[in-house]
Design a protein around this ligand. Structure first.
Ligand code: ASP
Length: 587
């Protein structure tokens, strides 16, 4: 037997026990003629005490960091206790030990505060994974996985695998393709999601399906994206949007409670896509804090009369398509330096504004603004009233083209939320965003594309509008996203289940009948054999874990992730293949 106990479990109550531990050497500390070694495994760290005789032996063959060691001895009470670790009351008085394997000096320290840079740690991921932070992250991931399975299992969902070698599934990203040796010149695509398969399982009558499954999308990468990522993919038969929202709200509540002890009793708020865009400037609002966008001038005739009707002659406002503001609570005392800094922030290329206007609503009821030249105190007061600003608020105003200005304000709101410490990662504020548009206009390609995917059902009462291209923009879908703390963590829709409507949808997306049948003949065919009404949802599993772990980046919640260039630094992939392989594949 390699061990009788692990390195995380011994307590004062174990004093006197003879134990054998096995693990990795974290540190070796010599004190004159005796030695202390911290031994680490997945469960924790235990201090080993080597007496004089054994220290002599250690001098002959010194232990190094990360050596694999087996140690036998008696549990004794420590004289100087370490209250930072659960085993800190005891140590093992070693009687015998065996070096099971030596180790090279690791290229970085295996501790939470490590000296290794990103690339180095990715190259030696197996060492990085030994660090406590990563271990905690992967433990959390496992617990979330188990919790999701338990919940879905109780509700009768079946975990059914779907293939990886398939034909392209349009989810808006580029496919990864795999050449077929047996069918030369032809390619499989790796699934962007199991979308069509889960729908086919509904046609087969499997009623409730789920899978915690890898999906593949060949996209440009960011900190929260990976070319292969994991989804909790679900589908249900004979359901309406309401059934899906309730079922999966239940799943989230279960997971939050199970994994974090967070008990959310209330129903998750629901917000329409239009309201989210109007009040937050984006479709994944962070509702941990207010500071909602005040629309001072906008297309649908909302306006702050002081600005739009005054003869102030302030060109920035006069020429703007859109004027939006936020009221930053308690910031009226910002110094010139602070307001300059925010102005510089909105001028950064990523935000792309040319300037920022501010109005300070001083605590004494007076106003001071960057546009004092154009507006008198009464007018500033009217502006403040329009924005529902309170005394002590700092009103920040952006003006310009509709899309850019709204987007910039959305970013500025989040930035101010950060600066004011209003985005506490330990607070969970989920919500549903519903009634997404069915289509989205792709300016570049000059055509309408599906906002979610082509299998999403329009609101039944708006199907008529699909006959009039000029009204595509008005059509809403039975599609929904779940958003947590400003991050979209999942989305889904009620699906089209009638062949004619699906064909109409493909046509609306600019597909000819032949093309639609060539690509999706299997689905259209299936819809001819008794397809039930159905709908579903999928969650980004990596992202959910990162959020539950209080972090932004998903990378450290994945055992073996890829870097920003899509490379696995450890195994060095992708890599070239040899000519023989290429020939076999007909490449
Ligand atoms: N397949 C969709 C996605 O990956 C989710 C869904 O509609 O169920 O976003």
């Amino acid at each position: 037997m390699y061990r009788t106990r692990n390195c995380g479990e011994l307590r004062i109550s174990n004093v006197g026990e003879e134990v054998t531990l096995a693990g990795w050497v974290q540190t070796v500390r010599k004190f004159g003629s005796i030695t202390f070694v911290d031994l680490r495994d997945r469960y924790g760290i235990t201090q080993l005490y080597f007496n004089e005789a054994l220290t002599v032996a250690l001098n002959d063959r010194p232990l190094g960091r990360e050596f694999v060691l087996q140690a036998k001895g008696k549990v004794i009470e420590r004289t100087s206790k370490n209250n930072k670790i659960p085993t800190g009351d005891v140590e093992i008085e070693i009687s015998e030990y065996t070096i099971l394997n030596a180790a090279e000096v690791p290229p970085f320290t295996i501790e939470d505060q490590t000296d290794g840079g990103d690339e180095l740690r990715m190259k030696y991921r197996y060492l990085d994974l030994r660090r406590p932070t990563l271990k905690r992250n992967l433990e959390l991931r496992y617990k979330v996985n188990r919790s999701v399975r338990n919940y879905l299992d109780t509700l009768g969902f079946w975990d059914i695998e779907t293939p990886f070698l398939i034909k392209s599934t349009p989810e808006g990203a580029r496919d990864f393709v795999v050449p077929s040796r047996m069918n030369q010149g032809q390619f499989y695509a790796l699934p962007q999601s199991p979308q069509t398969f889960k729908q086919l399982l509904m046609v087969s009558g499997y009623d409730r399906y789920y899978q915690i499954v890898k999906c593949f999308r060949d996209e440009d990468l960011r900190a929260d994206r990976q070319p292969e990522f994991t989804q909790v993919d679900c589908e249900m038969c004979f359901v309406e949007q309401e059934d899906i929202l309730n079922t999966f709200e239940g799943l989230f509540k279960h997971v939050f409670y199970d994994v974090k002890g967070v008990d959310i009793k209330e129903q998750f708020p629901r917000m329409t896509y239009d309201d989210a865009m109007w009040n937050y400037g984006n479709d994944k609002p962070d509702i941990r804090f207010g500071m909602t966008i005040q629309n001072m001038k906008a297309e649908n005739n909302v306006h702050c009369a002081t600005i739009t009707q005054s003869e102030a002659g302030f060109k920035v406002f006069d020429d703007a398509e859109t004027i939006v503001a936020i009221c930053v609570p308690g910031a009226s005392e910002y110094t010139r330096k602070q307001t300059d800094e925010i102005t510089e922030w909105v001028k950064r290329p990523q935000i792309g504004m040319t300037g920022l206007i501010f109005v300070k609503c001083n605590a004494d009821g007076t106003f001071k603004s960057s546009v004092d030249k154009f507006y008198n105190p009464d007018q500033l007061k009217e502006i403040a009233n329009f924005c529902s600003a309170n005394a002590g608020d700092l009103i920040l105003i952006l003006a310009g083209k509709e899309t850019r200005t709204r987007k910039a304000m959305s970013e500025l709101r989040l930035e101010m939320g950060n600066r004011l410490g209003m985005r506490n990662p330990a607070e969970y504020k989920p919500l549903w965003v519903i009634d997404f548009p069915l289509f989205e206009y792709d300016e570049e390609d000059d055509r309408w594309v599906a906002r979610h995917h082509p299998f999403t059902s329009p609101k039944p009462e708006q199907i008529e509008l699909m006959n009039d291209r000029s009204r595509y923009g008005e059509i809403k879908a039975n599609a929904y996203d779940i958003v947590l703390n400003g991050t979209e963590i999942g989305g889904g829709s009620i699906r089209i289940f009638q062949k004619e409507l699906q064909e109409k949808m493909f046509a609306a997306l600019g597909m000819s009948q032949e093309e639609a049948h060539e690509k999706f003949g299997f689905l259209l065919g299936a819809f001819e054999y008794g397809a039930p009404p159905h709908g579903g949802i999928a969650f980004g599993f990596d992202r959910l874990c990162a959020l539950l772990g209080g972090q932004e980046s998903i990378r450290d919640f994945i055992a073996f992730p890829k870097n920003n260039a899509g490379r696995d630094m450890m195994i060095d992939a992708p890599s070239a293949i040899d000519d023989k392989q290429k020939k076999e594949l007909g490449l």
